[in-house]
Design a binder for this molecule. Sequence first.
Ligand code: HEM
Length: 162
Amino acid sequence: MTHLIKNPEVMKKVSEEIRQVSGGKIEVEECDLQHLHYLKLVIKETLRLTPPAPLLHPRECIQDTQINGYDIPAKTRVFVSFWSTGKDPSYWDDPETFRPERFEDSFMNYRGSQFGLIPFGSGRRICPAITFAMAGVELVFAISFTASTGTCRRESPLKTST
Ligand code: HEM
């Protein structure tokens, strides 16, 4: 929400999309999420620029290893900063700018295979709840928008499809 307040043109675009998808209906439902394309880009860009946590769970090296000429002895504890990889200029153009459009036509995803975007981690300890978490974030965001823009006419906007 802070990114949207600081970027009113993004706020306008995402609220128009949500209004259009929920238009004529009482509220946004789970089945509408597939049509909220720009909202998904906004959430991806938010996770890139400001992930909920800065570091992955610590790892421990199980054998002596060499990476980029550096010797990493067995038992070394490794902290991976995905706060940094999300802003690494070798992955991202203009990394400090909040620009959801950067994900249009991009194959970059948060499933753990592209290290520029690992808000859910990577490898064996990757977050097992990615799909659940993203659906929850998208739904809550969309519902709060319809509620705040007056599209929703019910007292409680919380409803999921069965
Ligand atoms: C936007 C929401 C969420 C984010 C950004 C997130 C992010 C993460 C991250 C970064 C890790 C560590 C991965 C690693 O070290 O490689 C993790 C682990 C985990 N997450 Fe999530 N998570 C979210 C939501 C959830 C939810 C809703 C649940 C459960 C319902 C969940 C369950 C777990 C569990 C059980 C682990 C530990 C996996 C393991 O250690 O093997 N997460 N999550």
